[in-house]
Design a protein around this ligand. Structure first.
Ligand code: PMP
Ligand code: GLN
Length: 382
């Protein structure tokens, strides 16, 4: 985790955000919305603080939030889970990723992820002294090859980490892929960690949790986050759901990571989970329109875009531009044109980074006028 100079390495998000701030660039690098989540929900958190929600919450989360998480799983996916034994609230999905890996993965085990992958998976697999195996998602479909998937998962595999909808590609796995993952988890007796933080950020089709597929629930820990669904990334309220034995193990580790998470945010998030369907539909529709706006702007200046099916990220391919090395371009862009983005190669194993060298990830969870201004500036990119 150290940088090449031996100093603590910054995550790519901090590095690019630092450059964006230094040059006052529009930050389409780190994924965080520039609009606040619902006012009524923020007011509930303020009220909770005023009413004394300031000491430790129960380790697994306040009952009101655990109930709301269970009700949400039933309402959207028909999944019936016990709020007392099959739900744990975490300090962001990040903590649940850490707790799940530490709970189940031993030194020398193998963990399979898709590549490109969200950065914290690789960090946690490394901290657990496990071996990281990848299955590549190739442009333009970013769908995994099922034969490669079958080869990657073996009896040495302890965990398969799935991220669906997928950061950074914006792809969504179809049911054939989900079912193959479930089948492999049964065949090789391993656990599925399904990071579904972008569950409500889909543009053309409703989200399908892997836990809702036949045989899926028994093997799967599912993660989500109020950061993504309600634009409260700084609140760091996430949760994990799944079978009792898996959640108990995760909760046991979580006790020694943060013990418990933000008591004032939890009742507010509980209410947010009960917002009407129209809230979720409008949020996804607005976001999809912003994705289209940015994609169109990039395409208009001759940059190829792989349109996302979900998340708030899109992938641009610099092939055909003068300088198509996305790492160089990403480091120069904030100063040269006043826009920041993340090179895709940082989401890959060192030995595979060249496979993604022409790809850049842009976040589009920004106000339309900000995207307009970014599109103006991007005209200078080619
Ligand atoms: N997983 C993925 C795929 C993400 O993009 C993020 C967002 N940063 C997280 C997990 C972390 O979520 P949280 O901010 O709730 O810790
Ligand atoms: N999930 C966000 C992204 O992918 C950032 C999270 C972070 O800064 N750690 O951009």
């Amino acid at each position: 985790l150290l940088g090449s100079d031996g100093e603590p390495g910054l995550t790519i998000f901090e590095e690019i955000t630092g450059l964006a701030n230094k040059h006052q660039a529009i930050n389409l690098g780190q994924g965080f919305p520039d609009e606040e989540g619902p006012l009524a929900i923020r007011e509930l958190a303020i009220k909770a603080i005023q009413e004394g929600a300031n000491q430790y919450a129960p380790g697994s989360g306040i009952p009101g939030l655990r109930n709301a998480i269970a009700k949400h799983q039933l309402r959207f996916y028909g999944l019936s889970i016990d709020p007392d034994t099959q739900v744990v609230v975490s300090t962001g999905a990040t903590e649940a990723i850490a707790a799940a890996v530490l709970a189940f993965v031993e030194a020398g085990d193998e963990v399979v992820t898709f590549e490109p992958f969200y950065d914290s998976y690789a960090a946690m697999i490394g901290l657990a002294n496990a071996t990281h195996k990848v299955v590549k998602l190739r442009a333009p479909s970013f769908a995994p090859d099922l034969d490669e998937l079958r080869k990657a998962v073996t009896n040495k595999t302890r965990m398969i980490i799935v991220n669906n909808p997928h950061n950074p590609t914006g792809t969504i796995f179809d049911t054939e892929v989900l079912d193959e993952i479930v089948a492999l988890a049964h065949l090789h007796d391993c656990i599925i960690l399904s990071d579904e933080v972008y569950e409500h950020l889909t543009f053309a089709s409703a989200h399908i949790p892997i836990a809702s597929r036949p045989g899926g629930f028994a093997r799967t820990i599912t993660l989500s986050s109020a950061g993504k669904s309600f634009s409260f990334t700084g609140w760091k309220v996430g949760w994990a759901t799944g079978p009792r034995e898996l959640i108990t193990a995760l909760r046991t580790v979580k006790q020694f990571l943060s013990y418990s998470s933000g008591p004032a945010f939890q009742p507010a998030v509980a209410q947010a989970l009960e917002l009407p369907d129209t809230f979720f539909e409008r949020f996804a529709a607005d976001l999809g329109a912003r994705g289209d706006q940015l994609a169109q702007g990039l395409e208009d200046v001759g940059i190829q875009v792989i349109r996302p099916k979900g998340t708030y990220f899109l992938v641009a391919d610099l092939q055909g531009l003068g300088n198509e090395n996305a790492v160089d371009v990403a480091k120069l862009m904030p100063e040269r044109i006043g826009v920041a983005a993340i090179p895709m190669s940082v989401f890959a194993l060192q030995e595979n980074q060249q496979d993604y060298s022409s790809l850049l990830r842009f976040a589009f969870c920004k106000r339309p006028e900000v995207i307009s201004e970014a599109v103006e500036r991007l005209q200078l990119l080619p």
